[in-house]
Write a protein that binds this ligand. Structure first.
Ligand code: HEC
Length: 495
């Protein structure tokens, strides 16, 4: 091998000088630098202030590498999101802009940090020429004390200024030096041990296998299930919800009608889900049987507005909490409309006849069926101001911002356009309505007004009703309705 020729005398690759104290080392470093040597290095048990300057070591370039990669990372993050979200797959979601910087900061931030961290880690290794499996200095026995109590200065023989004898003389002349040592090349062979080589080859071959499996799976057109080593419960005799229950692996379908799900048995209520139907509908059910119907979800009933008071149907959606006040019970056959049709779609026919309906009114509950405290009314005020005031105004006079703006627009832009202002809640028509009816209006809307049942939970709807009543009382109340004690207070205030 290469070393065999000069095995007897290994090549010298450096010179090492040892000191007992840091100050002598610093002085020596200074001299070496002034003498023009550049391929030098110092080894000390602890960081030494001033050693970099003494040796002429320049500050590390690492921060610049990190900065550059950080900027690249941030830009990649920004472009990645911009191109995917705004260029290649531009989806408008909830009318939001396709690209907005604040929403995309987290990924940009993460990628900046990721790139910087990699730059620090790999940049450090690279600049230090790591990993290095052996360093010739480690073969000098004295050098072990570089981590303990000795200070070393090393110079590479490849340095331009290096002259074998002159440099050694200079080193020996340093004040405080305690030994000048020649450093020789590591004579051990440069190759990896055979075992490691073979293990490496085996691993490299094994690493090809997963991509090959992936590749074949991607390109196979076989109908057989994919390779699924951890099956959990992926393949089993069961039918998923909303699917057909068909023959499965030779077994017959679970149900003869082919449906995987059983229709809900009319009147079933999930455990703990029971709510007083009056609370949900504002209507007093007349018989126990009616209760069962009211118990179904509120929503599906909208389009199937059968008259709950008359003919409960034991079919898919017998739920009919919406009384057929505005349209004849048979105006729409039950299944003609999709169940998810929006109430607005049903409006035109309802709105077509704004005159009071000829249908008998359902049995509205007269008074709010929840406990009314000042808390309730406050809650109602809060909800009313959020949901209703935009149209009906804070005082319920039907002069909310939406309406005012509409009139403004009509005046300016489209004179003569029709605008139906929100109802003034202080009119007799509303005052005389039973609480249940107002509740129903909030839930399902009425004519031009949309329903808020899907946004406001029932208790809050009732709370709003109490607040509407309170608003009305501000106009209809009489002095003798004020509790005596409050009256006193008012008199004291001189009102
Ligand atoms: C987007 C505007 C708007 C909002 C919000 C709104 N309403 Fe209305 N409301 C109307 C309009 C318009 C009418 C008149 C409907 C018609 O006669 O066609 C109306 C009518 C009413 C009526 C009279 C019903 C009847 O029997 O004549 C009541 C009561 C009522 N709203 C209560 C409320 C309550 C309570 C809220 C808050 C949960 C609310 N509204 C939210 C627009 C609105």
């Amino acid at each position: 091998m290469a070393q065999d020729s000069n095995n007897s005398e290994p090549k010298q690759i450096g010179l090492l000088v040892q000191f007992d104290d840091p100050d002598s080392l610093l002085v020596a470093c200074d001299k070496v630098r002034k003498a023009g040597y550049t391929k030098t290095d110092a080894y000390t048990p602890f960081p030494l202030h001033g050693i970099d300057e003494a040796l002429g070591i320049k500050p590390t370039k690492l921060p610049w590498i990190v900065l550059t990669l950080g900027i690249i990372g941030g830009t990649v993050g920004l472009l990645l999101q911009y191109t995917t979200n705004a260029e290649f797959y531009p989806f408008i979601i909830s009318a939001k802009p396709r690209f907005s910087l604040p929403a995309n900061i987290p990924v940009i931030f993460e990628l900046t940090i990721l790139h910087s961290a990699f730059a620090v880690f790999f940049g450090m290794l690279l600049l230090n020429k790591l990993p290095m499996f052996s360093n010739p200095l480690f073969r000098v026995p004295e050098f072990a004390r570089a981590t303990d109590d000795k200070f070393f200065l090393a110079i590479d023989v490849t340095d331009d200024k290096y002259k074998p004898n002159k440099t050694k003389e200079m080193f020996e002349g340093f004040v405080g030096q305690t030994g000048v040592i020649d450093v020789f090349e590591d004579p051990s062979p440069n190759e990896l041990p055979v075992v490691i080589k073979y293990i490496g080859i085996c691993l490299a071959v094994a690493a090809i296998i997963p991509p090959l499996i992936l590749w074949s799976a991607l390109n196979s057109t076989s109908g057989a299930p994919r390779i699924n080593p951890i099956r959990d419960m992926d393949i089993q005799l069961r039918a998923d919800t909303q699917t057909q229950s068909t023959e499965f692996q030779g077994r017959p379908s679970v149900f003869p009608d082919g449906r995987a799900m059983r229709p809900r048995i009319p009147g079933t209520v999930a455990r703990g889900e029971w709510t007083d139907p009056v609370l949900l509908t504002g209507i007093v059910p007349e018989t126990a049987e009616k209760n069962v119907i009211f118990l179904q979800d509120e929503e599906p009933a909208k389009e199937n507005a059968e008259k709950p008071a008359e003919e409960p149907k034991a079919e898919d959606k017998p739920a009919a909490d919406k009384p057929a006040e505005e349209k004849p019970a048979d105006a729409k056959p039950m299944d003609e409309k999709p169940a998810d049709a929006k109430p607005e779609e049903a409006k035109p026919e309802e709105g077509a006849a704004p005159t009071p309906p000829a249908e008998p009114e359902p049995n509205w509950v007269k008074f709010v069926p929840i406990e009314v405290t000042s808390e309730t009314i406050k809650r109602g005020q809060n909800r009313f101001n959020i949901y209703c005031s935009v149209c009906h105004g804070y005082a319920g006079e039907g002069d909310g911002l939406v309406s005012r703006r509409a009139f403004e627009l009509i005046d300016q832009a489209t004179p003569g356009m029709a605008w139906l202002p929100p109802t003034n809640l202080h009119t007799d028509a509303v005052i005389q309505q039973p609480d249940g009816k107002i509740f129903h209006t909030i839930t399902h809307g009425i004519r031009k007004m949309k329903g808020y049942g899907d946004q406001i939970p029932p208790e809050d709807r009732w709370a709003i009703v109490t607040y509407v009543r309170a608003l009305q009382k501000t106009r209809t109340g009489t002095p003798d309705e004020i509790p005596a004690i409050k009256m006193k207070e008012l008199e004291l205030k001189g009102q």
